[in-house]
Write a protein that binds this ligand. Structure first.
Ligand code: ZN
Length: 333
């Protein structure tokens, strides 16, 4: 019997009777991170990293949840579980599962780049590695993120000089805070959309960020002029955006590495910045685990598993309901 099985409710450990990031409500769920395709509503009890506790409480409301530290081992029915940094977003963790000397690691989502807000990814030795591969094609090769942040500040400063408002868009959890952390507040004021502001407030207890001001009904076009607005990509084309006046719009995502992606998202400029591992990041992470078996769960799963088999791993794909956030669905968060 495998230590972890792929069932209709999620990844299941029969010995411990718990699910990892289940997509249906279960009795006991161990959660890798706060994104909505991994932390779903409807389970009776959740166990997750302690930073992720207020994040999922903010998202899921009143739930029963226990927080753990990175590396802290807890036992359920003789199975040992622990969380290890995944470097994806604040509080994100790989879940290590050990029973009778066999070790499996489930990554959730992860990246090997250091983002300045999440605890950096740490490889964990295991026999079987269950990995995402959202960007599992050789074409995905991320730039140095410091250079990306410098370009974003440069873009903002230019807009400021032209009295144009800068609209910078990204996911409400993780991407927005990573962008905010590296903005240069000497250029101007930083305004936020409600969804962005709320999640940032949740994370302020753990991370120092530049000051932000929520856009309200009273906020005037004149007040935001030349300043920067942080918002989720879903606002594009909305009445909320129209109120902001003359804008330069930017979207920051790994998908912007694709030619034509900027035009398809209808933004003025795009920056390639991802909270997932690129091709080399995935390969280096897998090598560092020393694993024999790899299971790919979401992203370019079949192509990536095939490549791994050619390199000598015992690799296969399992179907899950984790969303390999695509260019189109990236706007829904
Ligand atoms: Zn995620």
């Amino acid at each position: 019997m495998p230590l972890l099985e792929f069932t209709s409710k999620g990844i299941y450990c029969k010995q411990a009777d718990v699910y990892l990031d289940p997509w249906r409500g279960v009795d006991k769920a161990i959660i890798s991170h706060g994104h909505s395709d991994h932390a779903r509503w409807g389970s009776k009890h959740y166990i997750t990293h302690e930073i992720n506790v207020p994040i999922i409480q903010h998202r899921l409301g009143k739930i029963s949840v226990t927080g753990k530290k990175y590396g802290e081992t807890f036992s359920i029915n003789g199975v040992q579980f622990s969380f290890h940094p995944a470097g994806h977003v604040p509080g994100s963790a790989q879940i290590r599962v050990e029973h009778k000397g066999e070790v499996w690691v489930f990554t959730g989502d992860y990246k090997t780049q250091i983002d300045g807000i999440s605890t950096p990814f740490e490889p964990v030795k295991c026999n079987t590695f269950i990995t995402e591969c959202t960007f599992g094609l050789p074409v995905f090769q991320w730039e140095d993120p410091i250079k990306v942040h410098d370009s974003i500040n440069h873009w903002w400063a230019q807009n400021q000089a032209e009295k144009t408002t800068s609209l910078l868009m990204g996911y409400s959890l993780g991407k927005i805070q990573r962008l905010l952390k590296h903005l240069d507040p000497s250029i101007g004021k930083i305004y936020t959309h409600g969804a962005t502001e709320q999640m940032t407030q949740v994370l302020r207890q753990f991370i120092d960020f530049p000051e932000t001001e929520l856009i309200t009904r009273e906020t005037t076009k004149k007040a935001v002029e030349g300043n920067l607005v942080l918002a989720p990509p879903a606002v594009l084309g909305s009445a909320w955006v129209k109120k902001l006046g003359q804008l330069s719009t930017v979207y920051a995502s790994g998908w912007m590495a694709f030619r034509g992606a900027r035009r398809r998202r209808a933004v003025d400029r795009a920056f390639v910045l991802s909270d997932h591992a690129d091709w080399q990041g995935l390969l280096s992470a897998i090598k560092a685990t020393g694993c024999e078996n790899v299971i790919t769960t979401h992203g370019y799963t079949d192509l990536f598993a095939q490549y791994l088999r050619e390199q000598g791993w015992n690799a296969r794909t399992e179907k899950t309901q984790y969303e390999a956030e695509t260019l189109e669905t990236a706007a829904t968060e």
